[in-house]
Design a protein around this ligand. Structure first.
Ligand SMILES: [Zn+2]
Length: 101
């Protein structure tokens, strides 16, 4: 579960939380819990010692709520995979491949 914002005026969803809707300009935005689950739109391995261990996965996720966000990954993800938030590290969501139960 991640915490974003939902605009009462136009219905746009945002992550992270915002105080004003960047789409319509309304201040009528409220905190909104989001599943964080979504589809992998891009993925790359980052070879940098900024995080350990290296390399580390970085993915662009389109969430079910319509928000695009960047997250770390636990292992390799393919474009089109369904992904879910596993945990948070340094305020970033860490995604893993979502498998059907
Ligand atoms: Zn809005």
């Amino acid at each position: 579960m991640i915490r974003g914002s939902l605009c009462a005026s136009c219905g746009a969803a945002w992550y992270p939380e915002v105080i004003r809707c960047a789409l319509c300009g309304s201040f009528e935005v409220a905190p909104s819990p989001m599943s964080g689950e979504g589809i992998v739109r891009s993925f790359t391995w980052v070879h940098s010692n900024a995080r350990h261990p290296s390399p580390w996965g970085l993915a662009h996720i389109e969430t079910a709520e319509g928000v695009f966000l960047v997250g770390l990954t636990e292992g390799h993800l393919d474009i089109g995979d369904r992904a879910a938030v596993l945990r948070f590290e340094d305020d970033l969501p860490v995604y893993t491949r979502q498998v059907d139960a």
